[in-house]
Design a protein around this ligand. Structure first.
Ligand code: BES
Ligand code: ZN
Ligand code: ZN
Length: 491
């Protein structure tokens, strides 16, 4: 699998020599634009500020202004928004500045410095994350990457070294999830994905167990097997366990890993199918997050499940109206073969319940309906109870990722009644499809275990051009929130 190229990052107290570009900030203070992070010479700073403003620089995070200096190092002035109160604005601003810098020509890789007058730990973390995330780009398979940005130095004094380490671990995890999502589905399929997960976790304190199609059949994983059977690439369930000494809580994470979703016999139209290599983004998030949690040494037990299958039509494919016996024995009337995600998730949720964790959180590119409801920059969040929902929302807020709480109401639950099985996989109406999927999953979670469900169908994949710290393709959505959740539960 291709390699991820990221610049080296360091934090320094003085502007290093030999940099190609300096990034400074712009904020609004008492209705005037003010430079942030400028160097000691007031006159030079003032000239710079006026030049930037004359070129249209604004304090909003999407404003990035390059001040060319053909003979020396360039300067970028980036709007910082409300960065003092909102670290996500800083993450976005730095990401935007890095993206702009990457447009500059360079044959041997650019050296950048960022000076933004950073003091708080949360700001330091956000700026560093923005720098790494903004640098990521998917390299064509087998391409020798020409490094665009070689080194980024962030100016800050008396920094907490553990924050620097933490930011790098988190940002690398997000980039790894993006990389898996971006890998084309002929190269990333259940077996290769499971092996990649194992390799990724090899040198960590996370143990990995892979159930292949034989083990899945033996264990009675009827959902994963049914979905995976139409494909020549057979399904896998990856179970990951991180159990540090001294852990008081146990968190289970379950991710949807459909390496390609053609829709199956209920085949998708071409337009909707093209981006469906992203349908394993939930599994990617779980694998990347559990590695980061272990590297951060968080004192919490985490068990991860990545449910991997390829949803294809064939003579061996499962059918609409099939009745499946799921892991744990419940029967499901399959309403539509394109509602495959909930089936692979249901088996893994039932299995996760057997570990008796304090909380189960699943993450999945589950429904187009969630995308219709919330667009492609906000994910849906559902939960077994309000307290769990609030706790999850608080974690997503710390991470800077946008989630919105949706309800699972009684009428939606009733819509899943079946005449031929314990439950139908989807309702008879498309309205509220995100909630229906949530209601279905909930049925596979033991009643006494709190549960949260993250539907990332919208924000997992960026079909447009890059924005903020996000490149085209996989976004790594959810990774930061899962890590923040583990951190919250462990403290
Ligand atoms: N993988 C899709 C959901 C999806 C859509 C993810 C767009 C990302 C972007 C999922 O498996 C699916 O096809 N869901 C169906 C369910 C329906 C058949 C009940 C949907 O949302 O239309
Ligand atoms: Zn589908
Ligand atoms: Zn799907």
């Amino acid at each position: 699998m291709a390699h991820i190229f990221l610049p080296s990052i360091d934090v320094v107290s003085k502007l290093p020599k030999g940099i190609d570009l300096l990034i400074l900030g712009l904020v609004n203070s008492e209705n005037a634009s003010v430079l942030v992070g400028g160097l000691s010479n007031d006159k030079a700073n003032n000239e710079l500020l006026n030049f930037a403003i004359s070129l249209g620089a604004k304090p909003k995070t999407s404003s990035v202004t390059l001040l060319p200096n053909p003979s020396g190092s360039h300067t970028i002035v980036v709007g910082l928004g409300d960065y003092e109160n909102n670290p996500e604005d800083l993450r976005k601003a730095v990401g935007n500045a890095i993206k702009k810098a990457a447009e500059l020509p360079s044959d041997k890789g650019l050296k950048l410095a960022i000076s933004l007058d950073i003091h708080k730990d949360s700001a330091l973390q956000a700026a560093l994350e923005g720098a790494v995330l903004g640098s990521y780009e998917y390299a064509k398979p087998a391409q020798k990457q020409t490094v665009k940005i070689q080194k980024i130095s962030l100016l800050a004094n008396n920094v907490n070294k553990s924050i620097v380490n933490k930011a790098e671990i988190i940002a690398n995890a997000v980039c790894q999830a993006r990389e898996w999502v971006n890998t084309p589905p002929n190269l990333l399929y259940p077996q290769s994905f499971a092996e990649a997960a194992k390799q990724h976790l090899a040198k960590t304190k996370v143990s990995v167990e892979i159930l292949d199609e034989k083990a899945l059949a033996k264990g009675g994983y009827g959902g994963i097997l049914a979905v995976g059977n139409g494909s020549a690439r057979k399904p896998r369930l990856v179970r990951m366990s991180y159990a540090p000494r001294g852990a008081k809580k146990h968190l289970a994470l379950v991710g949807k890993g459909i390496t390609f979703d053609s829709g199956g016999l209920d085949i998708k139209p071409a337009d909707g199918m093209y981006t469906m290599k992203c349908d394993m983004a939930g599994a990617a998030a779980v694998i990347a997050a559990i590695k980061a949690i272990a590297e951060l040494g968080l004192k919490i037990k985490v068990t991860g499940y990545a449910s991997m299958a390829e949803n294809m039509p064939s003579g061996e494919a499962y059918r609409p109206s099939d009745v499946l016996t799921m892991y744990g024995g419940k029967t499901v009337e399959n309403a539509n073969t394109d509602a495959e995600g909930r089936l692979v998730m249901a088996d893994a949720l039932a299995r996760a319940g057997e570990d008796n964790p304090d909380l189960i959180v699943d993450i999945a590119t589950l429904t187009g309906a969630c995308m219709i409801a919330l667009g492609n920059r906000t994910a849906g969040l559902m939960a077994s109870d309000d307290e769990t929902a609030q706790m999850l929302l608080a974690a997503t807020k710390t991470s800077g990722e946008a989630f919105w709480h949706l309800p699972i109401t009684q009428d939606i639950k009733d819509g899943l009644d079946s005449k031929v099985a314990d439950i139908r996989s989807s309702g008879t109406t498309r309205y509220g499809g995100a909630l229906t999927a949530g209601a279905f999953l909930w049925r596979f979670v033991p009643e006494d275990i709190p549960w949260g469900h993250l539907d990332i169908a919208g924000p997992a994949f960026n079909e447009g051009s890059g924005f903020d710290y996000v490149a085209p393709g996989g976004t790594g959505y959810g990774v930061r929130s899962l890590i923040a959740l583990a951190e919250k539960m462990s403290s």
